[in-house]
Design a protein around this ligand. Structure first.
Ligand SMILES: [Fe+2]
Ligand SMILES: [Fe+2]
Length: 279
């Protein structure tokens, strides 16, 4: 059985506004100016309203209200804008349960969020600064599962679970055997369809490579995925791969460092979920 998802279906399965996809491209570049970001946001009335609301929320609470998009962009910062926009547009799609992967409602979202927060925590201790696309790549690395989750019939899902549970196949191998594709490839197709930068598409596509090349963005996604699994968030049916060990070492993260990182991410998840209620 060969799963082919047509572009028109991708649009339906995971809609993203043209502005948000352009924003992701722009924020991938370290040299982007705030004024450029503000101009882009202003093209989308829904996003404009949200950005102003976020900037003036209790969480970002400043004494003076941000009245223009430009002021809101300065207050929120580039990373917060992309995080909040992606969460806002994709969280309802990503919060659904994905039974084929034994993922309950919210589980995949929490896994992806843990991965993204790993990048955020890591960014606070690493210098030079991390790749600007790392947060987005980590947040979306498993988006292919969401797409497959919506696309496949319950009968196919059952077969997929059988391969993983009865035959003990890792999720990627089960997908390949049954579907002739896998969630990394499907996720990359979606990122390509959204016109994300090639490096970001590649990081999603290769996040399960057994021998990944040393590319900063890919490294960060592998580390983020691995930490999220180690703290027990959204492991579902994905094992921690040996390749991740080599990448962790490359970044100077020994088991103790990984544990500290994981604890910081766990604390941040609880805090982020609280903060979200204020937005
Ligand atoms: Fe994955
Ligand atoms: Fe993952």
């Amino acid at each position: 059985m060969r799963v082919q998802i047509k572009p028109a279906e991708l649009k339906y399965l995971a809609p993203m506004s043209a502005t948000l996809s352009r924003l992701t491209q722009v924020l991938h570049d370290n040299n982007t100016k705030m004024s450029e970001v503000a101009r882009l946001i202003e093209l989308d009335s829904g996003l404009t309203a949200n950005v102003l609301r976020w900037a003036n929320s209790a969480f970002f609470g400043a004494r003076m209200p941000a009245e223009s998009v430009q002021a809101a962009v300065v207050r929120l910062g580039m990373n917060n804008i992309i995080q909040l926009s992606l969460r806002h547009s994709l969280s309802s799609v990503m919060k659904k349960s994905v039974p084929g992967y034994a993922l309950a409602e919210n589980e995949l979202w929490r896994h992806n969020m843990a991965a993204a927060l790993t990048v955020e925590v890591l960014g606070q201790t690493q210098s030079p600064p991390l790749h600007p696309g790392a947060f987005t790549a980590a947040l979306l690395h498993d988006v292919g599962k969401v797409i497959l989750g919506q696309h496949l019939s319950p009968a196919v899902y059952q077969q997929l679970r059988k391969l993983m549970e009865d035959e003990g196949l890792p999720c990627l191998e089960a997908e390949r055997r049954l579907l002739e594709t896998d969630h990394a490839v499907v996720g990359a197709a979606l990122a390509g369809y959204w016109k994300f930068p090639a490096e970001l598409v590649a990081a999603i596509e290769k996040h399960h490579d057994p021998e990944p090349q040393a590319e900063p963005l890919l490294d960060l996604v592998i580390i983020a995925n691995s930490v999220a699994k180690r703290i027990g968030l959204g492991a579902g049916s994905e094992p921690v791969l040996p390749a991740a060990e080599a990448v962790l070492q490359r970044w100077g993260l020994d088991p103790e460092g990984v544990m500290t990182l994981g604890q910081a991410v766990q604390a941040k998840i609880a805090k982020t979920e609280e903060e979200w209620k204020m937005l």
